[in-house]
Design a binder for this molecule. Sequence first.
Ligand code: ZN
Length: 89
Amino acid sequence: MVLECKHVWNYISEFLDDSLPRETKELVQKHLENCEICSAILDSTRNILILTADDRVFELPAGYGERLHARLAREIHSANRRPENPTRD
Ligand SMILES: [Zn+2]
């Protein structure tokens, strides 16, 4: 099974929560190592989680999906503009 980016995006929050089955997690991890777009999105999502982690209340607000998709579009756009610049903490 080969993960496409859109699959990885579905898994990102569970990936960050470490709640994926091990095989799935490894597939996601492998994809992230080879895909700058998804690793940029992972970083962004992690930052969002850090910002919202105070209460650890995980109700997604209405409109979250739309905003996330807008954000993904921006990330993809900027990732395309800097092809060889992986960000690491
Ligand atoms: Zn990807």
